[in-house]
Design a protein around this ligand. Structure first.
Ligand code: PEP
Ligand code: MN
Length: 338
């Protein structure tokens, strides 16, 4: 059960609602988002019937939600949510392509990458300063100073930045550097303590799908973020693990319309980590947009063969430019724009 609080309710009125819920032997869980406050009610919801919560001045609506995910579900909100990132909308008619290198390497590489991203017509940039690598002996990311290289390069081209957070101890640094979107990577999709902490921030989050996560597990992971107050969540399908070994992962195109049905939040697709090869990226990117994705997360490098990480799947700046042109036509065909 979800209790929606009126926008102008006073703290005392809200406290009164919480008291009433507790008196019924239930546990309230307040989720204060930037736009509205909602209260999740834990316990035997049948008890709520006796509480007459709807009559309290702070309560706008009491909603029974049958799905295990509540705040992120379509049941909770029927219309699409548009997540704004410095005035750039995710989840509306306009499709967003976030492009950039797998990892931040040097200030020069980031400058060249940012120039390519801007030139291709993308509105946001990606890049990891902290990399979740399979082997502890491979490059782990340049670390803290990478955020400075990234910020400087992206600012020069007025591009908001997307970067992966792996460790709660780096949250203050991310806030200090003004990271515009925090990426929660595949390997951390069910790192619940990390999810709770980003749930307390007022920064949009890209939540990647776990390597073998079901749709329900993915939605429940997002619910952790939303339940702690951060409602600005963007899902990212990045390929799942199957029996197939001919390519890095299998892009689950089916997940796009299914997620659109289950959640009001935007969903983007990462064709780079799905295919694992640069030549596959345009095919998967076009399929994703045609299937209804709200955006893409694409790896590009000023000189792909020299990339320190994921060199095989990086597009050159010229390939990114061509892809953007192709995607424009696909978007137009389905009544959207890039
Ligand atoms: C990434 O986007 O840099 C990344 C590591 O992706 P994933 O978490 O999808 O493997
Ligand atoms: Mn990568």
């Amino acid at each position: 059960m979800i209790v929606i609080i009126k926008p102008h309710a006073t703290p005392e009125q809200l406290e009164h609602v919480l008291d009433r819920i507790r008196q019924l032997g239930l546990q309230p869980m307040v989720s204060t988002g930037s736009e509205r406050t909602v209260v999740g009610v834990l316990g035997d919801e049948r008890l709520l019937a006796e509480g007459a919560l709807e009559s309290l001045p702070a309560v706008e609506q009491v909603m029974p939600i049958l799905k295990p995910y509540k705040l992120v579900s379509r049941e909770f909100k029927a219309t699409d949510t548009v997540v704004q990132v410095r005035g750039i909308p995710f989840g509306g008619r306009q499709i967003q392509v976030i492009a950039g290198p797998c990892s931040v390497e040097t200030p020069e590489q980031m400058r060249a990458a940012a120039a390519g991203v801007k030139e291709a017509g993308c509105r946001l940039m990606r890049g990891g300063a902290f990399k979740p690598r399979t082997s502890p002996y491979t490059f782990q990311g340049v670390g803290d100073e990478g955020l400075d290289y990234f910020r400087d390069a992206a600012d020069a081209y007025d591009l908001p930045i997307v970067t992966e957070l792996m460790d709660v101890r780096k949250i203050d640094l991310f806030l200090e550097k003004g990271v515009d979107i925090i990426q929660i990577g595949t390997r951390n999709m069910q790192n619940f303590d990390l999810l709770k902490e980003v749930g307390r921030l007022d920064v949009p989050v890209i939540l990647k799908r776990g390597l073998s996560a079901t749709i329900k597990e993915w939605l429940m992971a997002a619910e952790y973020i939303a339940a702690h107050g951060n409602h600005r969540i963007i899902f990212a399908e990045r390929g799942i693990r199957t029996f197939e070994t001919a390519y890095r992962n299998v892009l689950d195109v089916t997940a796009i319309p299914v997620m659109k049905r289950e959640t009001h939040l935007p969903i983007i697709v990462d064709p780079s980590h799905a295919g694992g090869k640069a030549w596959l990226v345009p095919h998967l990117a076009r399929a994703a947009i045609a299937a209804g994705a709200d955006g893409l997360l694409v790896e590009t490098h000023p000189c792909p063969e020299e990339a320190w990480c994921d060199a095989d799947q990086a597009l050159s700046p010229a390939q990114l430019g061509t892809l953007m042109g192709d995607l424009r036509k696909v978007a137009e065909a389905i009544g959207r724009e890039i």
